[in-house]
Design a protein. Structure first.
Length: 141
């Protein structure tokens, strides 16, 4: 004998499989079951007690993270210099000029972090710099 499923029972099945409480459905309670299933799914996907990501950024020159190298200038270089000062106590002036000293400090940081040492600040170096500079135990190396 075939059993007919109501729309609410079909909708409740994926929710039950996802770990939400299953809702018993009857033909006259289908609307209530759909609402309950939707609310349960919403709670699973959108928790109300979200935790913020990480600490406030210790350096606040810019949020921009372009690739930097000797000759670069501007707020992104100041941000990198600030991070280098925090991460490895580089002693750089945060003047926004990516010169020989900033390049050398970048190489020192890259060697300490055990990443590619090229004196340039790209995606990988930005990632490590921002993490290390904002870590509670900084400076390292």
């Amino acid at each position: 004998m075939r059993r007919a499923f109501t729309a609410a029972a079909v909708l409740a099945l994926p929710i039950a499989l996802a770990g939400a409480p299953a809702v018993a459905a009857s033909p006259d309670a289908s609307t209530t079951a759909v609402v309950a299933s939707t609310q349960a799914a919403h709670k699973l996907n959108h928790p109300t007690n979200l935790v913020t990501q990480g600490p406030d950024d210790i350096c606040n020159y810019t949020k921009s993270r372009p690739s930097l190298q000797r000759g670069s200038s501007g707020p992104a270089v100041q941000q990198a210099q600030c991070y280098l000062n925090q991460a490895i106590d580089a002693g750089l002036d945060e003047d926004g000029d990516f010169g020989r000293l900033t390049e050398s400090a970048t190489e020192d940081f890259q060697q300490c972090a055990d990443i590619v040492v090229d004196g340039r600040i790209g995606a990988q170096t930005w990632s490590f710099l921002s993490f290390w500079a904002n870590a509670p135990d900084a400076p390292f190396c």
